[in-house]
Design a protein around this ligand. Structure first.
Ligand code: BG6
Length: 489
């Protein structure tokens, strides 16, 4: 199959995401020959910059991945800058002219990706103008890649969706959830469906509970303005955490195509038990970090951060218990937790299997640990199986053992960045690892009840966890009620 060729128009070209993730990822695709030489990138943003200035910024942002390779200038020469006012039709007309010229210069067959990586309040306006000013009329294909947040709740997500759907068909909309680009998140499907060992046990007869943790060491840093209106629930749970839940809990799809996979994921989200506002306390715990120590350094609490209300009610930590009401999962709690300024950066899924029917070693005073399947998403990538075996020696006593597989030890290379895969997929037209509107809508309708409950009641105990800790104590209570505990990471 030929490598894809396209123009990529990046709105928000001077922003952090473009610099940190998008340019380096496009560079890697270029370097390893995954995209054809027939491509050009048009950077769009408000700031006035010349092509030369823009190219030198791009070169700088790829320098660390280029590792001294001599092709950076050649790469940056594919980049063009268009200073732009989101609301002026003249700006769109000029951009249209530029795209027309580049289409023929680079022989990109009229293929266009419009990548929205700027402040979400402009997503709708841009999409509308792209259509009304004729930029979406092209001989090739057109695709809209759209960053989070996709709305702020269900009503605003619906509005945004209606706006973008006027200009793009659902099959042309690539909603980014960068967790779906992660190697080990994509591996969930393979571990489940390519092994005879797990799938027969993957249900409420053999699994007692599942724990998904995504902890971060960094605080909110300079994103206070965004975060104050978001909080951990919208920032991490609505998207990344629920996507992981859907992949873990879905039925085997009939085929591995985007439609079949998405439709199985949607079913999981539909079966997820809605939590009424009055019951939120029984199922969810919120937290906000106070001051503390990270790597031996004293750090400030969330409320002391820039652009943060000194009395902020915003949560920087969420733990919750989810229930999926279907035949496979009835009665199996899925616990999730995510937070900022925790003791380590780690994303892990732990599947805890039920106890053996009878412990033959019990009379000897031996407790046998349950089997765990740990899927390490990051920073380590791999899987670990916790089993029990005989302790070597004369006596037959048990000891816990671990079977470990670490991706990077075997392959010896760094797996590609999530964004590298996602940009590549968008260019190839593979929508599997992007979120369908139905998934977005269902996740918001689940999340909205919880955020309403939290907006309506002040968290008087905030801040309730120290920076550098594993979150508020109440999160332990959530599992203890059910006779479980969080497994250490
Ligand atoms: C983003 C959130 O979607 O995901 C950030 O907006 C968060 O707040 C980030 O830090 C975490 O991503 P990763 O890949 O570092 O786990």
């Amino acid at each position: 199959k030929e490598n894809p060729t396209s123009l990529i128009v990046i709105f928000g070209a001077t922003g952090d995401l473009a610099k940190r993730k998008l340019y380096p990822s496009i560079y890697r695709l270029y370097k390893n020959g995954s995209i054809s030489k027939n491509f050009a990138v048009v950077g769009v943003a408000r700031r006035p910059l010349t092509n030369e200035e823009f190219r030198s910024n791009v070169s700088k942002s790829v320098s660390s991945v280029a590792n001294g390779d001599g092709n950076v200038e050649e790469f940056s020469s594919h980049f063009y800058y268009h200073p732009f006012d989101v609301t002026s039709s003249e700006s769109y007309q000029q951009l249209k002219g530029l795209l027309g010229d580049l289409d023929s210069d680079y022989e990109t067959n009229g293929n266009r990706i419009f990548y929205l990586a700027m402040a979400p309040e402009f997503f709708g306006t841009i999409a509308t103008n792209l259509k009304s000013e004729g930029l979406t009329e092209t001989d090739g294909w057109k695709r809209l890649v759209i960053e989070k947040p996709f709305g702020h709740n269900l009503p605003s997500a619906k509005d945004l969706n209606a706006e973008i759907r006027q200009a793009f068909d659902e099959s042309e909309i690539y909603r980014i959830d960068h967790y779906l680009g992660k190697e080990m998140v994509q591996n969930i499907e393979v571990i489940r469906f390519a092994n005879a060992l797990f799938e027969p046990l993957w249900n409420n007869r053999y699994i007692s509970n599942i724990q998904i943790t995504s902890s971060e060491v960094l605080g909110v840093e300079d994103r206070g303005r965004y975060y104050e209106n978001s909080g951990a629930l919208r920032d991490m749970v609505q998207n990344h955490m629920l996507q992981m839940v859907a992949l873990l809990a879905m039925e085997p799809p009939i085929k591995l195509n985007p439609e079949e996979i998405r439709s199985e994921k949607v079913k999981v989200l539909r079966a997820m038990r809605k939590i009424e506002q009055d019951d939120v306390e029984d199922y969810f715990v919120r937290g906000q970090y106070g001051a503390g120590f990270v790597d031996g350094d004293q750090v400030q609490g969330y409320r002391e951060g820039n652009s943060v209300d000194p009395n902020s009610n915003t949560e920087t930590y969420v733990a919750g218990k989810l229930l999926i009401d279907n035949f496979r999962w009835a009665g199996v709690p899925i616990y999730i937790r995510t937070g900022k300024r925790m003791s380590e950066k780690s994303t892990k899924i732990i599947v805890q299997f039920k106890d053996i029917p009878m412990n033959l070693y019990y009379n000897r005073g031996e407790k046998v640990d349950p089997n765990l399947l740990v899927i390490n998403i990051q920073p380590e990538e791999g899987i670990t199986l916790h089993l029990n075996a005989k302790k070597s020696g004369k006596d037959v006593t048990t000891t816990p053992i671990k079977l470990d597989y670490t991706n990077n030890c075997i392959d010896g290379i760094n797996t590609p960045e999530a964004y590298e895969r996602l940009i590549y997929d968008a260019m190839r037209g593979d929508m599997t690892n992007f979120t369908h509107w139905d998934e977005v809508a269902l996740s918001w309708s689940f999340i909205d009840e919880i955020s309403k409950a939290w907006e309506n009641t002040r968290a008087f105990d905030f801040p309730n966890y120290e920076s550098g800790s594993m979150g508020p104590k109440q999160a332990d209570g959530l599992l203890e009620k059910d006779g479980f505990h969080w497994w250490p990471l």
